[in-house]
Design a protein around this ligand. Structure first.
Ligand SMILES: *Cc1c(COP(=O)(O)O)cnc(C)c1O
Length: 418
């Protein structure tokens, strides 16, 4: 089920305080998600979640993650700088970039981050930009299709990320000669996975590949990094992943691969984004236009620049109308934004209660990869972000963009003042 954990009164009150559109995040929901996750992996004394900053890069949210014991997973200089300003460095930081400017390695090394290398050629880049650390993490791409007898989950052969299996052997041997003492193994082979199969299957692959690499090169496997990929129930028929069951299955595989005497010699790390914040964010918009032509349209004051996923991936986001939870969903709508792009639609052929102009419309489960993917196409600006705190306060954590923000980067001669 999509997340309905906050009552309509919360959104009504928020919309009295802040003009629509805006994002509203539920602090309590986020904290509870982190705690469920940490409990599920508490069997591993070295377990650590590094929140994927790109999913929701707002310092007020990152601070919640830090308070709950998470590290941060960054993949750009700007994300690293945000972490630095929050006082996060060293082992609390993971740097998982690909095809990035080499200087970003220098920055990540200077901050003492765990370095996750995406490619064998990164060895030379790292050598000349910050140097090779004693602990290195490698991102594995096994190629082919990833899945089990029941389902194909992902298609690593088509993915730009990671090293091939032979490259892992070659690169690790080389890095041993360069002073590496231990290694971690990372992979991200499928996204938004519901059910309880993906992480255990991935863990097994990483445990076994790690063991083989240790035998080959003599370096110990320090940790596996299961990265992101746990899904959330976007659709009414979806069931939330049972994180406790996932954790205990990853443990069973651990025991099978390393035996009970291994203790927590091999750490387990994750870099979840969507699971952590996805359900706990709503895009709050207002119906501003209605149109009845070949189809029936409701136009919102939010559009695809505020939430790109439907336009970009055809992703489903549940929509509800404040005050009409119990009303019959008897009207077929396309729910649109104002962009001059026909794919600027939050929903196509969606049965919803009858919507009036002025109604508050909630787009659910937008708390990850939502605001963060925003842009300013058509001169439509980024919205505000509001945190609904555990104490019931509404705290502005990012103001809405203004035209001045949009014009601020313009330079040019002979122009009027911008
Ligand atoms: C995007 C990303 C994540 C988070 O993925 P989710 O699907 O949000 O869990 C984690 N690690 C890396 C390297 C990523 O690029």
């Amino acid at each position: 089920m999509p997340n309905f954990s906050l009552g309509d009164d919360v959104f009504l009150r928020a919309a009295e305080l802040f003009p629509t559109p805006f994002y509203l995040y539920d602090e309590g929901g986020i904290r509870r998600a982190v705690r469920r996750l940490r409990k599920a992996f508490s069997w591993n004394a070295r377990y650590r979640e590094y929140f994927a900053v790109k999913a929701l890069p707002n310092p007020s949210i990152l601070r919640i993650m830090i308070e709950e014991g998470c590290g941060l997973d960054c993949s750009s200089a700007t994300e690293l700088e945000m972490a630095r300003r929050l006082g996060v460095g060293g082992d609390d930081l993971m740097f998982s970039a690909n095809a990035m400017p080499p200087e970003e390695f220098s920055l990540a090394r200077e901050m003492g981050a765990n370095i996750n290398l995406d490619d064998i050629s990164d060895i030379d880049t790292l050598l000349s930009h910050g140097g090779i650390p004693e602990t290195i993490c490698l991102r594995y791409n096994p190629g082919g299709l990833f899945g089990d007898g029941n389902a194909i989950m992902g298609s690593p052969k088509d993915s730009k990320f990671g090293w091939t299996r032979p490259q892992l052997s070659e690169g690790l041997a080389r890095m041993k000669a360069l002073g590496v003492k231990r290694f971690g193994l990372h992979a991200f082979l499928a996204s938004n996975m519901l059910g309880e199969v993906y992480y255990p299957l991935l863990a097994k692959l990483l445990y076994e590949t790690g063991k083989q690499l240790t035998e080959e090169c003599g370096l110990p496997l320090d940790f596996i990094n299961l990265s992101g990929g746990i899904g959330i129930p976007y659709r009414p028929e979806d069931r939330a992943a049972d994180i406790a069951l996932i954790g205990s299955r990853v443990q069973e595989d651990y025991l099978e691969s390393f035996g009970p005497s291994a203790g927590s010699a091999v750490g387990v790390k994750t870099e979840l984004g969507r699971y952590m914040t996805g359900p706990y964010g709503w895009l709050v918009a207002r119906a501003v236009h209605e149109k009845d032509t070949h189809k029936r349209y409701i136009g919102l004051d939010a559009c695809a620049v505020n939430l790109l996923r439907p336009a970009m991936y055809g992703a489903y986001h549940h929509i509800s109308v404040v005050g009409k939870r119990e009303a019959p969903a008897d009207t077929l709508y396309d729910v649109t934004g104002a962009l001059c792009e026909n794919n600027d639609k939050f929903a196509i052929d969606r049965l919803l209660p009858r919507i009036e102009r002025g109604d508050l419309v909630l787009i659910h489960d937008a708390g990850a990869h939502g605001f963060a993917m925003g842009n300013q196409y058509n001169g439509r600006l980024r919205s505000a972000e509001v945190l609904y705190t555990e104490r019931g306060e509404y705290r502005l954590i990012r103001r809405a963009e203004t035209q001045q923000d949009y014009f601020a980067t313009l330079v040019g001669e002979g122009l009027p003042e911008f």
